[in-house]
Design a protein around this ligand. Structure first.
Ligand code: F6R
Length: 608
């Protein structure tokens, strides 16, 4: 959600800033802009729309200079116009700011600053920071930024440059990620490592409350009282290829097709077939601590919340420990019951989702042990949790989450297996589950090899206005996830429901125009879902059935069928989700939608 890039060094800043913005475009793509110090003043160029628009503006009216900041925006305050695009300037044009986050007291500050004679030129909350920095100037940019940050309430990742102190970028974070890239005689700033990976692998992750000053000669990190802080340099381990499309039409398709590998990577070195258990080095919990857990809360948002629902069923089924799943946005503002023996599992692809991070902090404050299931290495949740299981799915660039979802479910299965084997699960049953997990990558590949079948089904339904997704047991969350994938990238209204709930309301929607996707593998509730399929057929609904066998019970009930391999019940949602991802993808492409950058969305929601 919004991307920030900065450069200071011997090279021209603009080409780097544009390249960095393009790498971050998946974070927010409704407007973009840059500010560069050209030796005399701060020059800004901004444009509404994609980065390509900004490139057009820059080729008509270039800027040169070796210090610059840039931003790609996902609008919060004010519509996505050029006027609201970042960077924002102070009244005297000496200070430029880019900002990710929300300044909650912006209206109060705006009123005070207007009374002091400042002129506002946008509808954004961000602009207040630029005016505050000008107002509080006492000689150095970092002192003025510190003064400004003392006055703002809310969340921010910011980068600031000024023509009054031009050989500097000052950055600060509170609730919005930022990192420094350490190059060879040059320094970078970014909200996401993918922006700078082409130039350096050495990064310094800033913590909440950190302020950083970058100059052509180095960088320093301090707190808001100007007290120096030590922050270690870490190495990014993944390659540029991981954030490029590699011949696929879209990142989403690439990421769907990566799943045999990503699922394998999540399990690598962790699954112990012989003992029917798993080894999870990052949990940071002793055997005694794990045995003392008597209730689990899982908190997450969106797709990650769907994987949490599957995790709940796995853990309760295998470990007999009660589990509550909570939307992070609700959990953080309720009065949740947390005891000293509560384990709070936090699931987040990005590790930066504001609500999920806040929920984790709340659980910690109340004394829970926290365990993060996170994909992005070095992200805030990963650094603040008590223990964790990294997903190792590699960077996910497509805004619609695919490979992170299947890896989350695998990570939950690894955890459930470990906890269950410590308690009541027999080695024989443990081995059976471990073997089934081990077989998943090949099974996923066999589904992907038949992607064309799903493309044909998509062709038939691309013009539908509504979709219903129904599943039972472990596949109810798969139905929710299938519906979410379709609605977010194709803009077709879709609902996921537990299949038997349909007759309590949604059945009223069924007619010959309503496609209904049933997730009906041959599992423990297969016979039950057949009756629900009959109910839809009886009302003329069109059925698309994801199943795992040639089932006589389905004769006459199927308009379209997609076969998935058989596995143990708890792993069926992993296999079922792959054709659902393909269905959503192909429908969206056929409708001409921008699959990787769906309207109104952005990857990683770092605002409330
Ligand atoms: C849907 C999607 C979102 C995210 C949600 C949580 O495809 O990507 O629903 O799952 O915003 O994001 P993370 O997992 O990064 O916390």
């Amino acid at each position: 959600m919004c991307g920030i890039v900065g450069y200071i060094g011997p090279r021209q800043a603009t080409p780097f800033l544009i390249e960095g913005l393009k790498r971050l475009e998946y974070r927010g793509y409704d407007s973009a802009g840059i500010a560069v110090y050209d030796g005399e003043s701060i020059e800004t160029r901004r444009a509404a729309g994609k980065i390509a628009k900004l490139e057009g503006t820059l080729s008509a009216d270039p800027v040169t200079g070796k210090v610059g900041i840039a931003h790609t925006r996902w609008a919060t305050h004010g519509p996505p116009t050029e006027r609201n695009a970042h960077p924002h300037l102070s009244t005297d044009n000496t200070v430029a700011v880019v900002h990710n986050g929300i300044i909650e007291n912006a209206n109060v500050l705006r009123k005070q600053l207007t009374e002091l004679g400042h002129t506002f030129r946008s509808d954004t909350d961000t602009e207040t920071i630029a005016h505050l920095v000008q107002e509080l100037w006492e000689g150095s940019l970092e002192e003025a930024v510190i003064g400004a940050l003392r006055k703002v309430e809310g969340t921010f990742g910011i980068a600031v440059v000024s023509s009054k102190d031009p050989s500097k970028i000052v950055a600060a974070r509170k609730g919005s990620p930022l990192l420094i890239g350490v190059g060879d005689g040059e320094y970078f700033l970014a909200s996401d490592a993918s922006a700078i990976l082409a130039h350096t692998r050495q990064v310094v992750y800033l913590n909440d409350g950190d302020l950083a000053v970058l100059t052509p000669d180095g960088y320093k990190v301090m707190d808001i009282n100007n007290v120096p802080l030590r922050r270690s340099v870490e190495r990014i381990e993944w390659d540029l290829a991981a954030i490029e499309r590699g011949g696929y039409d879209h990142f989403m398709l690439k990421e769907i097709f990566e799943q045999p590998t990503t699922v394998e990577n999540t399990m690598r070195g962790r699954l112990i077939l012989e003992d029917g258990t798993s080894k999870l080095g990052g949990l940071n919990m002793s055997h005694e601590q794990l045995m003392a857990v008597d209730n689990i809360v899982i908190t997450a948002c969106g797709t990650s919340w769907h994987s949490a629902l599957i995790g709940e069923m796995m853990i309760e089924d295998l470990c007999r420990i009660p589990v509550e799943v909570e939307y992070a946005s609700e959990f953080r503002y309720r009065n949740p019951i947390i005891t000293p023996s509560t384990l709070c599992i936090v699931i987040s692809q990005s590790g930066e989702t504001a609500d999920t991070l806040a929920a984790m902090r709340e659980a910690k404050r109340r004394g829970a042990q926290t365990l993060g299931l996170v994909n992005v290495v070095g992200s805030t949740i990963a650094r603040e949790d008590d223990g964790g299981i990294y997903l190792h799915a590699g960077p996910e660039i497509g805004v619609a989450s695919t490979k992170a979802f299947t890896s989350q479910v695998i990570a939950l299965a690894l955890f459930a297996l470990k906890m269950a084997r410590k308690r009541t699960l027999s080695v024989m049953r443990g081995r059976e589950l471990a073997q089934a997990m081990h077989d998943l990558p090949k099974q996923i590949q066999s589904i992907l090899d038949r992607a064309a079948e799903m493309e044909k089904i998509a062709d038939e339904y691309k013009d539908a206005h509504n979709f219903l997704y129904l599943g039972r047991g472990f596949n109810f969350p798969a139905a929710l996830e299938g519906a979410l994938k379709l609605k977010e990238i194709s803009y077709i209204h879709a609902e996921g429901y537990p299949a038997a709930e349909m007759k309590h309301g949604p059945i009223a929607l069924i007619d010959e125009k309503m496609p209904v996707v049933f997730i009906a593998p041959h599992d423990g509730v297969f016979d039950k879902i057949v009756s629900n399929i009959q109910e839809v057929k009886a009302r003329g609904g069109k059925t698309i059935i994801i199943t795992s066998r040639d089932e006589p019970a389905l004769a006459g009930l199927v308009d379209h069928e997609f076969r998935i391999p058989e596995t143990v019940d708890m792993l069926t949602p992993i296999l079922a989700s792959v054709p659902l991802q393909l269905l959503a993808y192909y429908i969206a492409v056929k409708r001409g939608a921008n699959v990787d950058q769906p309207r109104n969305l952005a990857k990683s929601v770092t605002v409330e």
